[in-house]
Structure formats: structure tokens, C-alpha cells
Ligand binder design. Structure first.
Ligand SMILES: NC(=O)c1ccc[n+]([C@@H]2O[C@H](COP(=O)([O-])OP(=O)(O)OC[C@H]3O[C@@H](n4cnc5c(N)ncnc54)[C@H](OP(=O)(O)O)[C@@H]3O)[C@@H](O)[C@H]2O)c1
Length: 332
């Protein structure tokens, strides 16, 4: 009887070289990033503070974009007391004052930037409606238009850094919201929570439209979308004087920790979006458990985030409202 092919070692499938599997992302064992420079808007408080603290622990230089020098100095001191040798500095930055943003970027004094985390945000929960000096509704102007314009001014620095990243912070509040493109100033029937959710939705649509534009331009810069889930001060470890949580507060809010998390954990998706080499442009990262708490993972995009027509209209409106147009082609 002729031998069966399986008896002949030379007829066996050649063994494939084993592809090394990346270990699962560990929020407590971040890759080193010495020599890199990251800008975190609103890095003086809340989630942004923890993004900065965690990124500083990688050996990178971290710049806190903050409108309040005293708060920024307090954050720098706090990070310095926890991260030996931390390289952290302050950049004066007011996202509600669009005319000031070019000077802020010039003051960075850098010719390259590895990542910016668009984290700063304002959330008003009661009237009155507030406007910036330019006449824009405050939350839309700060959260969306400010970061839109900042991206424009940072573009040369990001383009000078292969594989740089623009990480934009959205919110689950935007999940059930829709934009009113005919009333981006929320001039009619102002409702603060809705205006906040719309400003976050605008940021999310911006991040995805930016991803499409970066790809079309053949840029190596990535636009990544993150959201922190639910992140409460009462579940956040103390970082005096920036944030102090009393024992009473900690104990009384313990049950909430089953559903949501602290701002230290709320920082994890953004930190992963900055550092993880496996992250791709156009991805959304959020907390693993119901998008509300837990370790950071990629999430499918919500249906209304994939509406390219709305995103393109929003981009044109943002360009008209700010007078700038973030461009990542080398011919600019
Ligand atoms: N916490 C949550 O559960 C949650 C959920 C979804 C999304 N988010 C998003 O996550 C981000 C951080 O939220 P958070 O809870 O950490 O908020 P937070 O504690 O209120 O901190 C907001 C940060 O933004 C800064 N900021 C506000 N207006 C600014 C301006 N005009 N120019 C520059 N910086 C400005 C603040 O600076 P000052 O100290 O000077 O005010 C502060 O550093 C926001 O984008 C928010 O929309 C949060």
C-alpha cells in the first residue's frame, strides 16, 4: 500500500513563522516614550490631569495647555511629586479665545509634536446661555471650535512628526444627540445639557472627518476618538491641592463605582490612544464595561458618527466660524 502523504514529513505544511502576539494593553505598564512630546489641553484638572500624570510616567515631555497658570503650576508640582524626573511644563491656552491660539502654539517653542490630546471641556448644566467674545455659544466654541482651530495651528508640528496623533475626547452624552447645523450657536431654545451633548458630538464628527482627510492627504498623522465613560470626582483619588476627596465622600460614593469610575481611569482611553502602536486612525476607544467604566478598548462607531454628509457640513461651518481650515497636505 502506498504511504499516505501524511507519512512524509516533506509533504507536510511548512511551519509558519510564529507571529509575536502583542501583550494585552496594561494601563499600569505603559510603553516608554522618552524623547516624545505630548500636549494635553485642560491638563491642569480632572481627566486631563491624569492623562498628563500617566503620560509623564512614560518619560515623555508633557505640556499642560491651561488658561490658569496657578492651576497649571499646582498640577506640575503634583505630577513632579509622583513621577520622579517628570518633564512637565505649562502652555497658556484659552480655547474659548480663538484669536489667541496661534500665539499659544508659537509659545510652545517646538518644531515637532508627537500627540495632542483634545481633552479640555466646559459643561454647563443650567442657563443662562453664555457666549464668547466672538459671539459663539461657550460650550460649542470651547469644546469644538477651539480644538478645531488649535488643530489648524498645530498641523505643521504634527506633520513634522511621522505617526503623530490627534486624540479627541467625545462623550456618551453625544450618543443620543443630533446636531442642528442651522443653529450651531444654540441661539434658539437654549438647553444647556443638549448644547453640551451637541458640542461633544461635533468633536466626535470632527475627529472622524479629520481621519478621512488625513488618509486622503496620505498623512501618517492619526486622528483617534476616545471617550472616558462616566468619570466622577467623588471616585477619583486625591491629588491635593488640585483635587481632594474626603473619606466620607469616598465611602458614600462607593456603590457608584460599580457603574462608573474615577477620572484617573477616565484618562485610560486617551493615554492608550496616544501610546498604543496598534491603534489606528478613525478608531474609537472607551471603557470596556458598557462604555462606562473599565480598561480601555476599541468600540464600534455609533451609527450617527458615520454620517459623512453631516461631518462634511460641520467642517465647512467650523471653517467659516473660525476662519481657519486644518490642512495636512505638504503644499500648504
Ligand atoms: N467626567 C466625565 O464623566 C466625562 C464624560 C464624558 C466626556 N467627558 C469629557 O472629558 C473631558 C474632561 O472632562 P473632566 O470631567 O475632566 O472635566 P473638568 O474636571 O471640568 O476639567 C475640564 C478641563 O478643561 C479646562 N478648560 C475649560 N475651559 C477651557 C478653556 N476655555 N481653555 C482651556 N481649558 C479649558 C479646565 O480648565 P480650568 O481648570 O481652567 O477650568 C479643566 O482643566 C471633557 O472634554 C469632557 O467633555 C467627561
Amino acid at each position: 500500500m502506498p504511504p499516505r502523504p501524511s507519512d512524509h514529513s516533506e509533504l507536510r505544511e511548512p511551519a509558519l513563522p510564529s507571529v509575536p502576539q502583542a501583550p494585552p494593553w496594561d494601563v499600569h505598564r505603559l510603553p516608554r516614550a522618552e524623547g516624545k512630546c505630548f500636549l494635553v489641553t485642560g491638563g491642569n484638572a480632572g481627566i486631563g490631569y491624569f492623562v498628563a500624570e500617566q503620560l509623564a510616567g512614560t518619560g515623555a515631555t508633557v505640556v499642560l495647555g491651561s488658561r490658569d497658570p496657578a492651576k497649571a503650576e499646582a498640577a506640575i508640582a503634583s505630577i513632579g511629586s509622583r513621577v520622579p524626573g517628570a518633564e512637565v511644563r505649562h502652555l497658556p491656552l484659552d480655547l474659548a479665545d480663538h484669536a489667541s491660539l496661534r500665539a499659544s502654539v508659537d509659545a510652545l517653542g517646538l518644531d515637532r509634536l508627537d500627540a495632542v490630546v483634545h481633552n479640555a471641556g466646559v459643561a454647563l448644566d443650567r442657563p443662562p446661555r453664555r457666549e464668547t467674545a466672538d459671539g459663539h455659544e461657550l460650550m460649542f466654541a470651547t469644546n469644538h471650535l477651539g480644538h478645531f482651530a488649535l488643530t489648524h495651528h498645530l498641523a505643521p508640528l504634527l506633520m513634522a512628526t511621522p505617526g503623530s496623533r490627534i486624540v479627541t475626547t467625545g462623550s456618551f452624552a453625544a450618543k443620543s444627540e443630533r446636531l442642528d447645523l442651522d443653529d450651531l450657536r444654540s441661539a434658539h431654545d437654549y438647553r444647556p445639557k443638549r448644547a453640551y451633548a451637541r458640542s461633544k458630538l461635533a468633536q466626535m464628527l470632527f475627529a472622524l472627518e479629520l481621519d478621512r482627510r488625513l488618509r486622503a492627504a496620505g498623512s501618517t498623522t492619526l486622528s483617534v476618538l476616545v471617550h472616558p465613560g462616566g468619570a466622577l470626582d467623588s471616585l477619583t483619588p486625591s491629588r491635593p491641592p488640585i483635587h481632594v476627596r474626603t473619606t466620607r465622600e469616598r465611602l458614600s460614593h462607593l456603590p457608584l463605582g460599580l457603574v462608573v469610575q474615577g477620572k484617573d481611569a477616565g484618562a485610560w482611553p486617551a493615554v492608550r490612544a496616544v501610546l498604543d502602536p496598534s491603534v489606528r486612525g478613525g478608531q474609537m476607544l472607551g471603557p470596556r464595561a458598557f462604555g462606562l467604566r473599565g480598561t480601555p478598548t476599541t468600540e464600534p462607531l455609533w451609527n450617527h458618527l458615520t454620517d459623512t454628509t453631516v461631518a462634511a457640513r460641520l467642517w465647512r461651518a467650523s471653517r467659516d466660524l473660525t476662519g481657519v481650515d486644518p490642512t495636512f497636505t505638504t503644499s500648504r
